[in-house]
Design a protein. Structure first.
Length: 294
């Protein structure tokens, strides 16, 4: 339980289910303030009532796909609730899965609009507040898919890889203001992410039926409720990491940027690192010796 001197105010997007909701509960249990948000709170009145049953919990409407002025106005309202925003958690997102060739352009653009641009708009609205405070943490919910790509993940992974790259560059730019960026990379956790509105699978076209991509898509569609990861345990780790914080001399450094979560995530990251090392070794002769001859 936090003491009055170290109580933080957390703002979370996408709080109506999954990691967002569990994280809000975890934060309240730790004694912090939480401002949960979702696109349509009227769809989850029981969760709104639960979070707002304490004076430390509030719930507001926030659609991350709204325009920048609308988001800025909402963030201004959230700031007035507790007078500060110590932690922003960009959690709102969903997945479009399917063969890269099959996914329509409008669905691909919509994926980026929420997963990447939504996080960018909310972050840009919060940054002036954190700069004025001289402190803050911006936590980005990415995914192992942002680092290691499986078949059917091309568009979803691209949106998360873009989020990771933006976060990496921004982390270096805002470290001098005392603001930390934390990229959270969950593996497979037992949330509703592979079901309901969070997963949108594009039907496999005839040429791809029976391929590894088709088999992978079917596997994803059957995984809901069977994932090995416990999201409540993951949320405890996230809050621990944020509460522990970093020294100012550690802000913006690549070795402190990411928080992988789950055995599967860790294993896939190691496999990706090994594959990259082999790739670099195999192309070393082609990569080097290209300086201009003076």
């Amino acid at each position: 339980m936090s003491t009055s001197s170290n109580i933080k105010t957390w703002l979370i997007t996408g709080s109506s289910s999954g990691f967002g909701l569990i994280l809000a509960r975890t934060i309240l249990a730790r004694g912090h303030n939480v401002i949960a948000t979702s696109r349509n709170p009227s769809r989850t009145p029981e969760y709104v009532k639960e979070i707002e049953s304490t004076s430390r919990g509030k719930w507001l409407t926030l659609d991350v796909s709204a325009d920048a002025p609308t988001i800025q106005a909402t963030v201004h309202e959230t700031h007035k609730l507790f007078g500060k925003i110590d932690v922003l958690v960009n959690n709102a997102g969903y997945s479009v899965l399917g063969m890269a060739e099959d996914i329509p352009e409008d669905q691909a653009k919509a994926q980026f609009e929420v997963n990447l641009w939504g996080a960018i708009r909310v972050t840009k609205a919060v940054l002036p507040i954190m700069r004025k405070q001289g402190s803050g943490t911006i936590a980005m919910f990415s995914s192992i898919a942002g680092m290691q790509v499986n078949p059917t993940n091309a568009i979803y992974s691209a949106s998360k890889a873009g989020l990771e790259a933006w976060s990496d560059g921004m982390a270096q730019e805002i470290a001098s203001f005392g603001i930390r960026v934390l990229v959270i990379e969950p593996g497979a956790f037992r949330t509703n992410f592979l079901g309901g509105n969070a997963l949108r699978a594009v039907p496999t076209s005839e040429p791809y039926k029976g391929t590894v991509g088709d088999a992978t898509l079917q596997r994803y569609q059957s995984m809901g409720g069977k994932q090995a990861g416990d999201p409540a345990k993951a949320c405890e780790r996230i809050v621990n990491n944020v509460e522990r914080g970093l020294g100012k001399d550690q802000l913006g450094k690549a070795e402190n940027l990411r928080l992988p979560l789950g055995q599967d995530c860790y294993d896939r990251l190691l496999a990706k690192t090994e594959a990259l090392s082999k790739n670099w070794a195999n192309t070393k002769e082609e990569a080097l010796g290209l300086q201009v001859d003076e």
